[in-house]
Ligand binder design. Structure first.
Ligand SMILES: NC(=O)c1ccc[n+]([C@@H]2O[C@H](COP(=O)([O-])OP(=O)(O)OC[C@H]3O[C@@H](n4cnc5c(N)ncnc54)[C@H](O)[C@@H]3O)[C@@H](O)[C@H]2O)c1
Length: 334
């Protein structure tokens, strides 16, 4: 299949592009390779992808509609997997406009280009942060979610609405992917588990928010890659007569939202202890209050993912952290 992946030099984009190339798909990557975090890491990911004959790359901004559209017209993808975005909750307090331009304007450009190109399926990254301060034990796609507490989350929720409207107007099959804290090898240096590892190794203090009393549903990258791969060919069909109780499929559009989460909430404190054990080093901790925009808990109900794909994320966090630490040591000590 011909698949256009935006954000291909990013963590999730690189990981799935690599897997899809290995099984023979033709991939075009689109990424600005911006300097939000270590550019070298992005370039190295891209270098690995460039070793595959069936990989091509266009360096460009999502905001440049002409470039986005020409890329789509020239490549003629059957599927677009749109992962490029300005990620990170905390940075959205410092640079909110970047989120509006990359995530809202940028995503709009992708959807508009996809409409003209008649793509078979458009999949777009959203985030568990859209659940905001939900009081629900487990977050379900059909929950009403209107109380986002960060600009990052608000931009993600907005793209869900824009995508739904476009899907309804132009009948574009769209699946929104709500990811829950994705981690693993080749991960993002701005995320807590990466920073903890870096600081512990370098004997620097780590910042622990809310005394470590926060829960996250940590989802290992291989489970995310597998889930997305299985969803590529699962087109949302709103014409089915009997929709199941928990299906988020729209009644007016070929549009669906799917959680991709491990379904296990882990206490931040325990997560840190596991990193300490894997490194065989103790962290020096700097306890801080909860940060503005941060939610205390996330927990996915991934039964819809299972219903559609028959796949359940399976890597537990102890195994996942150990795999990450192994990669980290190999990568930074080479
Ligand atoms: N990693 C997670 O835990 C997580 C959780 C929830 C949602 N998400 C979402 O999943 C997607 C992928 O996340 P990731 O962890 O791989 O992030 P990432 O930052 O590693 O990758 C995003 C890529 O997009 C590119 N990019 C950013 N803005 C761009 C723009 N305006 N034009 C062109 N390229 C641009 C960046 O250079 C980067 O390589 C994002 O949409 C993110 O919001 C990630």
């Amino acid at each position: 299949m011909k698949i256009l992946i935006t954000g291909s030099a990013g963590f999730i984009g690189f990981s799935i592009a690599h897997d899809l190339l290995k099984v023979g798909h033709t991939i075009l990557g689109y990424d600005s390779i911006n300097n939000y975090y270590d550019v070298k890491l992005k370039l190295e990911r891209n270098k690995i992808l460039k070793k595959f004959k069936k990989y091509n790359f266009v360096k460009g901004e999502l905001e440049n509609y002409k470039k986005v559209n020409n890329t789509v017209i020239n490549f003629k993808p059957e599927i677009i997997l749109h992962l490029a975005a300005q990620a990170g909750v905390r940075y959205s307090l410092i640079a909110p406009k970047k989120y509006l331009s990359s995530n809202i304007n940028g995503t709009f450009n992708i959807i508009e280009a996809a409409r003209h190109a008649n793509v078979k399926h458009l999949l777009i990254a959203s985030s568990s942060s859209v659940y905001g301060l939900s009081k629900k034990k487990k977050f379900k796609e059909i929950d009403k979610v209107d109380d986002q507490i960060s600009i990052y989350a608000a931009t993600k929720k907005s793209t869900e609405s824009i995508a739904h409207a476009y899907s309804s107007l132009w009948k574009i099959p769209i699946t929104m992917l709500r990811f829950f804290t994705v981690y693993g090898p080749w991960g993002r240096p701005d995320m807590a588990y990466f920073k903890f590892t870096q600081s512990i190794i370098n004997q620097r203090k780590i910042d622990v928010y809310n005394n470590g009393h926060m829960f996250r549903d940590f989802t290992y990258i291989d489970d995310v890659v597998k889930s997305i791969t299985l969803l590529l060919n699962k087109l949302p069909n709103n014409k089915i007569k009997k929709k199941s109780k928990n299906d988020s499929i729209s009644s007016v559009a070929p549009f669906r939202i799917v959680n991709i989460g491990n379904q296990n909430k882990v206490l931040l404190k325990d997560f840190i202890s596991t990193i300490e054990k894997a490194l065989n080093m103790e962290a020096k901790k700097n306890f801080l209050p909860i940060q503005k925009g941060d939610v205390k808990e996330t927990l996915s109900d991934s039964s819809l993912l299972y219903k559609i794909t028959k796949y359940k994320p399976k890597i537990n966090y102890v195994e996942g952290i150990n795999r990450f630490i192994k990669w980290y040591k190999d990568y930074y000590q080479k």
